[in-house]
Design a protein around this ligand. Sequence first.
Ligand SMILES: [Mn+2]
Length: 180
Amino acid sequence: MFSQEVYLKALAYASKAHGEQKTPKGHPYVVHITSVAMEVIHACEKSGLDEEKSNLAIVCALLHDTIEDTDITYDHLYTHFSPEVADGVEALSKNKNLKTKKEQMQDSLEKLMNQPYEVQMVKLADRITNLSKPPKHWNNEKKKNYLGEAKFILSCLKNSNIHLSVRLEEKIKEYEEFMD
Ligand SMILES: [Mn+2]
């Protein structure tokens, strides 16, 4: 089980932070973060995680793109939520000072592997959510890279939660159908 109040606080905070941002499909950004949180909640309930662990996973899911995509800082999360939440969201963020996407992904996964399973679960849920049908303008190369990344994420973080890793594995199989 998890706390509805904790969920609502994180949702209000994140939706304000993302403001007018849209997903690549043109939805308000809150659709993305609540989709990721939904995957995490489903897994928490299926795995019978306790309230503290569930709250950490769910809050990190709702906040997972704030440091990367908005003005929200690590310190702000530390003060308004907790050190665990701030560390979790930081690990879920790309370090944009690193030159290539590959380095950024590698760095984020290294940080995540030192985080609790509840934080790692968010990365699986994020990729599950993002592995829907690719936009028409993506070429095969881009789709191949995205799929390769997903497989790498799964191989690094699969121990964090069995339900999410099985679901990501299924999504990867489905995505292979979109290749030309
Ligand atoms: Mn995301």
